[in-house]
Design a protein around this ligand. Structure first.
Ligand code: FES
Length: 137
């Protein structure tokens, strides 16, 4: 059994796009994290939902733009490798998204990073009552 909190089933992570969830960081500040598909094991990676260039969300509630294995920043177009988080282009060139540790077990994704505690699916403002959630139950 993975030593963490279940976030989602792997099947819920779109092949092209992202699965957005909210966690509390080490300072108990709410922060958004995205799950994206990656061709390397374990098939899913997790990254903060914030560009390294400026505070721009990749996933604004309807999935991040993912093209050819890269997350595309909607503000200035820098692209980040879905598997490594590295960026070699645009204004964010030379940066890497900070790692968020997850484990995949029996088709489920678990948040195992000691710096984050899972809060809920969707973005910070998605309290389950709004109409902006892209989560279908
Ligand atoms: S904010 Fe992402 S590339 Fe500028």
């Amino acid at each position: 059994m993975a030593d963490g909190t279940k976030v989602a089933d792997v099947d819920e992570v779109p092949e092209s796009g992202s699965y957005l969830f909210t966690a509390a960081d080490a300072f108990t500040t709410e922060t958004e994290i995205v799950l994206v598909r990656c061709d390397e094991e374990p098939g899913v990676e997790a990254w903060p939902n914030t560009c390294t260039h400026e505070r721009q969300r990749f996933d604004r509630g309807d999935g991040a733009a993912v093209r050819d294995g890269e997350i595309v920043c909607p503000r200035h177009g820098s692209m980040f490798d879905v598997c490594s988080g590295a960026c070699d282009n645009g204004p964010a060139a030379g940066t890497e998204l900070p790692d968020v540790e997850i484990e995949v077990e029996s088709g489920s994704v678990f948040l195992t990073d000691d710096n984050y505690s899972f809060l809920h699916a969707g973005g910070i403002d998605d309290d389950g009552h709004g109409s902006t959630s892209h989560i279908s139950l």
